[in-house]
Design a protein. Structure first.
Length: 280
């Protein structure tokens, strides 16, 4: 095995370094024998010693700390997938999750939702804020567009709107599942501190939520069956599946499929009728 194959981290850092344009960072471009930034320039941008950075590229000096790796990631302007890859090479594990609140979805992902004509579908964040939905979701589940942005949270809706609670089949079991899945999602995305205010608010609002939250249960989304009492469609059954959004660990997509062709046609008739809301 070659020395280069043994030093995967050093090879990767050198490759990223040589792809950068010195002029874009204010460094002189004259008298350079190789493309990209020099080692000392990367060290300067990363706020580490040139000797230490040189040793990393040469495979010397042992494993770097997570702090050093994060500095290098910033210095090399690595993307999140590139930063994760660097951590895996250096430490054998991904970096700690750093939660970043999402503000919306791409037009492409919205088109994926919209093409699901009879399948209600939503995209939610790790803090369970609904940030995208399709027409079927609006007429079957909830007209999220009619709610203020800050109120488009599944926990607030579940525990704060009595008519939504009344529409659920076996609300107690659903509430337990929702709280457990919410807790797991927030922890997985590194958003525990971000949800603290919401949890405090819900504990004051709902004794049921407070009791469930204190049980510390965690569950996974996966897939299952949702039963609703819809004001127009009557009793309905929907199979649901949860999907991760690639490249966005903070987002997940939930798709609800009608369990029978007859139910699909009933939803289609409601979707294609003049605008109407679901359980809102």
């Amino acid at each position: 095995m070659t020395a280069e194959a043994d030093n995967l981290l050093g090879t990767y850092l050198k490759d990223r370094r040589t792809r950068l344009d010195p002029a874009a960072f204010g460094f002189p471009v004259a008298r350079r024998r190789t493309p990209g930034l020099r080692r000392e320039e990367v060290a300067q941008r990363s706020n580490i010693s040139p000797t230490w950075y040189t040793w990393l590229e040469q495979g010397r000096g042992g494993a770097p700390s997570a702090d050093v790796l994060n500095r290098i990631a910033a210095g090399l302007m690595l993307t999140e997938p590139e930063r994760e890859h660097m951590f895996l090479l250096a430490l054998g594990r991904p970096p700690e999750v750093r939660y970043k609140a999402a503000e919306g979805v791409t037009p492409r992902l919205q088109r994926v939702l919209d093409v699901l004509e009879v399948s209600p579908a939503i995209v939610k964040t790790a803090t369970w804020d609904v940030i995208a939905w399709n027409r079927a979701a609006a007429v079957v589940l909830m007209d999220y567009g009619a709610l203020p942005v800050g109120e488009r949270n599944i926990l607030r809706i579940m525990f704060g709107k009595p008519h939504v609670r009344a529409a659920q089949h076996d609300w107690d079991s659903i509430a337990r599942f929702v709280v457990g899945a919410f807790r797991a999602d927030a922890a997985r995305a590194g958003a525990v501190s971000e949800v603290a205010q919401l949890v405090d608010e819900l504990c004051r609002l709902s004794p049921e939520f407070e009791a469930l939250w204190r049980e510390n249960d965690v569950v996974s989304h996966g897939e299952g069956l949702k039963r609703l009492r819809h004001p127009i469609l009557g009793p309905i059954e929907l199979e649901y599946s949860a999907f991760a959004v690639d490249g966005r660990p903070d987002l997940s997509m939930l798709v609800y499929n009608p369990v029978t062709p007859a139910m699909a046609e009933r939803i289609r008739s409601l979707v294609t009728s003049p605008p109407a809301s679901g359980l809102s």
